[in-house]
Ligand binder design. Structure first.
Ligand code: SF4
Length: 207
């Protein structure tokens, strides 16, 4: 758990179904001064206790399921914590790569999130075409780009406030991703790009 601005962020897992070329996990220990590599993944009671402690330290506008990792890898926990937040009238937001239904093909994930009371979802699209998506996000699943768009569409249909995002990395076509978001009826937000330190680039180049 860590804070940034008026938000409380939950780090439920370090696992992910993508390997984005700009992912901070490639070279950073965390964000906003928080170390995000987990010794083990937290359980429900630990997460809710951490949220309670966070709110004792000061008010927040929302609780966000985030990373280092893809939160829907732990869908059951996301749903349980979302319900816990809803009962306490705390706004919840899921920050996701949109692979929820690829990870859980037997679950209607947007419907389950809406039923649990999720207020908002921020879906990392990062590319306007499947080819670019495959090159930049390097997903483990085939046809992920279409699945991410469908996930966002279905979140919108279930009344979840939906925003598509793209990291402003070198070569990114933010205008094309923004146009895709608009066509879908979603919001759009560009995310800042954090370049790896020169040493990390050199080490990667050596491999
Ligand atoms: S989806 Fe997020 S956590 Fe996963 S590889 Fe991409 S940037 Fe990293």
């Amino acid at each position: 758990m860590y804070r940034a601005g008026r938000s409380v962020y939950l780090n439920l897992t370090n696992r992910c179904s993508s390997a984005c070329e700009f992912c901070l996990r490639e070279w950073a220990e965390g964000v906003y001064g928080a170390e995000l590599w987990l010794d083990r993944e937290p359980e429900l009671e630990e997460v809710t206790q951490a949220i309670e402690l966070a709110f004792l330290e000061g008010p927040a506008d929302e609780v966000v399921f985030c990373g280092f990792g893809e939160p829907t890898m732990r869908l059951d926990l996301v749903l349980a914590v979302t319900e816990w937040l809803r009962l306490r009238r705390i706004r919840s937001r899921l920050d996701t790569n949109g692979h929820g239904e690829l990870l859980h093909p037997d679950v209607d994930v947007p419907a389950a999130l809406a039923a649990a009371g999720l207020d908002a979802v921020t879906v990392s699209l990062n590319a306007a075409t499947p080819e670019e998506y495959g090159r930049v996000c390097r997903p483990v699943f085939a046809k992920s780009h279409r699945a991410v768009l469908r996930f966002a569409e279905r979140c919108i249909a279930h009344g979840i406030e939906t925003t598509l995002t793209a990291v402003d990395h070198p070569g990114a076509d933010l205008a094309a991703v923004a146009a895709t978001a608009t066509a879908l009826g979603a919001g759009f937000r560009a995310r800042g790009y954090a370049a790896p330190p020169a040493r990390a680039v050199a080490e990667k180049g050596d491999r």
